[in-house]
Design a protein around this ligand. Structure first.
Ligand SMILES: [Zn+2]
Length: 91
């Protein structure tokens, strides 16, 4: 699962922003996947504590991909439940 998410992240999400929550104060920093891959540490803008990205990276990417998929599912469900909404062709 970790490798799957990392590969997926590598393939399609490089320029997408990930929210990185600070474990100390909860402040979320938005960084691109590219940035997260290139950096090992992030210091929180609010409280100054250092977040070790090396450990967090897989979890951040998984969380992001999961959220992405959930969003996609929701819009697919909306599309299916609303056949008249632009989708006239049904099998
Ligand atoms: Zn903080």
């Amino acid at each position: 699962m970790v490798h799957f998410a990392l590969n997926l992240g590598a393939a399609m999400l490089n320029s997408e922003e990930i929210d990185i929550p600070c474990p100390e104060c909860g402040h979320e920093a938005s960084k691109t996947v590219d940035w997260v891959k290139a950096n090992d540490e992030l210091s929180c803008r609010r409280c100054g504590s250092v977040i070790n990205l090396e450990n967090e990276r897989p979890f951040l990417i998984i969380a992001h991909v999961t959220r992405r998929i959930a969003k996609l599912r929701r819009s697919l469900a909306k599309f299916r439940n609303n056949p008249r909404g632009g989708a006239k062709k049904r099998r």
